[in-house]
Design a protein around this ligand. Structure first.
Ligand code: SF4
Length: 731
């Protein structure tokens, strides 16, 4: 293994910051600046800087564990794999293939996500596969697909942000979730652009804003409708763009006109003058963007909410124009790629629909199976978890910790305990792994090579920098071994590049076409933006072909096709597709090339406050922890910075409760009770409390959250539920 610096990427969030890793003689790994990667230009947050601590953590799993007499006990790999294969096989025989579930994660590499989807459908024959990315940005994905015919988190590179005129950041706290990205907003302001932040809390990101709108949680849909109403009333629509590039305007317009600003003010708490100012700032510049994150997306009407923000972009002629448009800031490290290659309940590799006969034929041919043998769509993530112990008797779980991260987590924990059999692959004994019958210790980011796809749609190569510890194997090896034990000897390679070569063929012609991307290119070019079709036989790549291919916008050339850093990396050969940093500049990826307005109207949150539960709870992240905290809670420096949960509340609420700073406060919802110290601040609305969701136990925020699902995306409503507060006597 190399002892010099290896250029690679952070294991955590979707920014996928570049970093160099150098192994030290004492077995540790040093992180150093990697200035050649343009997205973060060497900057890292504390999580990225300390990520190697998890590699050598004293709680790292290095031996399989098998439950024996009720206790997880070290076992050999053969014993553990035999146990898993035997139990999955017997449960499948007794109850049918759909009695076996598979649950993946948005942190898995493209190769693992692809193989997991294939393993579920080809080896297990189950339709019951989904992943934790369903909890992340599925509403934005659904809304983007409806509007544009294609979902790619950001349809333009991050480098466009400082060059636009106004950014509306909806429900995103970039300063805490991906700090190096904050520079794009700083540069925007330095260039004379303006920043509007929509968030019920005055976060560190909102503090940077020219205008901060603080709506009640769960009312962003009404807010966007109110803004569109004013856009129309003030004559700020782009009629030519609407006529030439969209359909459905009349219905969307009528819906918006029913949302008078005064009505919207009553729903959201955002005043009419603030609404007018937001419209002025958004409409006056030639170019403007709306970027959403989990705030508007994690709602029981998340798809419509994002649709309303897209409507605003369409009515003002922003989407598909240079330096303008709508984008979603994906959260997890491979949240984008993880949803493109088949671990989602309704999708096949290449972002193909599982119900599309042509897609089934194409992928079945690559996999060497009959199209009819592929199961249909299964349950979404929460519905799958809710069925554990009843319809689903066994679960194989990879790269996720739902006992902490799922909504209504106490119920999910009960369902996990009700399983006949649970197998977990992880690097540490997460709260979900603690409940398993078999735990397999697997390799981590720096110990293996693989690709991820960042929030920009930029496919990246994460290189192996060190050897894994003895006793640990890769998830690809796990699936290879299990497939063999379950009677499928071929088709599950353990070499990531071999898997990627197959993924390229499986994705060819699909919306997320990776067929023109190779490991060699990724190593050379600092990533390639999809779609990137392979050159056609006998000629240069001209665009995707196939049943649902999006158009590759030729106007992209004017903005520097080949990727923002193509020149820096020496460019690409003329007969190789350069990748597509900017989508939709000529046409949208719908059949007629036009974007679709969404005819949406305001709906209340699934659980409005009432006399018994009079306050709204919203949840989110803090800068020093990541997702369920399974990795970051094992890092001393991060724990020192963020040691545990807290309840953020306004002084008026605290006074009513008789709570002082640091006093334990109980937050009670219809699903349970969580206790954490009070953090009193005027930076939050007086009708709202906030809890971060990274911790298990007494302060587990997801004990409280509501699993009410969006009807389209099946995204749970993490961002708003009714609670009451109770004072707790300090011990
Ligand atoms: Fe890693 Fe995200 Fe932090 Fe960058 S911002 S170092 S990708 S966690």
């Amino acid at each position: 293994m190399e002892t010099s610096a290896t250029p690679t990427h952070c294991p955590y969030c979707a920014l996928q910051c570049g970093m160099n890793l150098t192994p030290a003689p004492d077995g540790t790994v040093e992180v150093t600046e990697r200035a050649d990667f343009p997205v973060n230009r060497g900057a890292l947050c504390g999580k990225g800087r300390t990520a190697p601590a998890v590699l050598s953590s004293r709680v790292r799993l290095t031996s399989p564990l098998v439950r024996t007499d009720g206790v997880l006990t070290p076992a050999s790999w053969d014993e553990a794999l035999d146990r898993i294969a035997g139990r999955l096989s017997s449960i499948r025989s007794a109850h049918g293939p759909d009695a076996v579930g598979v649950f993946g994660g948005g942190g898995l590499t493209n190769e693992k996500a692809y193989t997991l989807g294939k393993f579920a459908r080809v080896v297990l024959g189950t339709s019951q596969i989904d992943y934790n990315g369903r909890f992340c940005m599925s509403s934005a994905a659904a809304a983007g697909t409806k509007a544009f015919g294609l979902d790619r988190g950001l349809p333009f590179p991050l480098e466009d942000i400082p060059k636009t005129g106004c950014v509306v950041l909806v429900g995103s706290n970039l300063a805490e979730t991906m700090p190096p990205a904050l520079r794009y907003l700083t540069e925007l302001k330095d260039n004379g652009g303006t920043l509007i932040v929509v968030d019920p809390r005055r976060t560190r990101t909102a503090e940077q804003a020219d205008l901060h709108l603080a709506p009640r949680p769960g009312t962003d849909l009404a807010l966007a409708l109110g803004l569109l109403h004013l856009v129309v009333a003030e004559g700020r629509t782009d009629e030519e763009y609407i006529r030439e590039r969209t359909t459905g305007w009349e219905d969307a317009r009528a819906a918006a006109m029913a949302h008078w600003p005064e009505y919207v003010e009553r729903i959201t708490g955002v005043s009419v003058p603030e609404l007018r100012e937001a419209v002025r700032l958004f409409c006056e510049p030639e170019a403007a963007m709306v970027l959403t994150a989990r705030g508007p997306e994690q709602q029981s009407k998340g798809t419509d909410t994002v649709g309303a923000w897209i409507n605003l972009c369409l009515a003002t002629g922003r989407a598909g124009r240079p330096l303008s448009g709508y984008g979603c800031l994906t959260g997890q490290g491979n949240g984008q790629g993880g949803r493109e290659h088949g671990q989602k309940a309704d999708q096949l590799p290449g972002y193909r629909k599982l119900t599309d006969p042509a897609a089934r034929r194409h992928v079945a041919e690559v996999w060497g199976v009959e199209p009819d043998s592929l199961p249909g769509p299964g349950r979404s993530a929460y519905e799958l978890l809710d069925a554990l112990g009843t319809d689903i008797r066994a679960l194989l779980l990879m790269g996720s910790n739902p006992v902490v991260s799922a909504p209504r987590a106490a119920h999910v924990e009960e369902r996990v305990k009700a399983l006949d059999f649970l197998a977990v692959c992880d690097v540490v004994l997460s709260e979900t792994a603690e409940l398993a019958d078999v735990v397999l210790p697997v390799t981590q980011w720096a110990e293996e090579t693989g690709t991820t796809t960042s929030l920009e749609g930029r496919v990246l190569l994460r290189r192996q920098a060190i050897s894994p510890p003895t006793g640990v194997r890769s998830d690809l090896e796990v699936m290879h071994e299990l497939a063999a034990r379950l009677g499928v000897e071929k088709g599950f390679p353990t070499d990531p590049e071999e898997v990627f070569e197959e993924l390229r063929r499986a994705s060819a012609g699909g919306p997320a076409d990776y067929s023109g991307i190779t490991y060699r290119r990724l190593a050379r070019e600092n990533g390639v933006f999809w779609p990137c079709p392979a050159p056609a036989e006998g000629g240069p790549a001209a665009g995707s072909a196939g049943e649902s291919a999006p158009a590759v916008p030729s106007a992209d050339a004017a903005l520097g096709a080949g990727g923002p850093d193509a020149a820096a990396s020496g460019g690409t050969a003329p007969d190789v597709h350069p990748g597509t940093p900017r989508l939709f500049l000529d046409r949208f990826a719908t059949e007629d090339g036009r974007a679709r307005f969404a005819p949406v109207s305001h709906r209340a949150v699934a659980e409005e406050p009432d006399a018994e539960y009079p306050v709204l709870l919203t949840t989110g992240r803090v800068v020093a922890q990541y997702q369920s905290g399974a990795q970051t809670r094992r890092v001393d420096e991060l724990n020192a910075a963020a040691p545990g949960p807290f309840v953020e509340l306004h002084p008026r609420l605290a006074e009513r409760l008789g709570a002082a700073e640091g006093d334990p406060v109980a937050v009670v919802s219809r699903r349970g009770r969580a206790v954490a110290p009070a953090r009193i601040t005027t930076a939050i609305r007086p009708d709202t409390v906030f809890m971060p969701f990274h911790w298990p136990g007494e302060g587990r925020a997801n004990t409280l959250t509501n699993p009410a699902l969006d009807p389209t995306s099946r995204m749970p409503e993490f961002k708003a539920c009714a609670v009451r507060l109770e004072a707790v006597q300090p011990q």
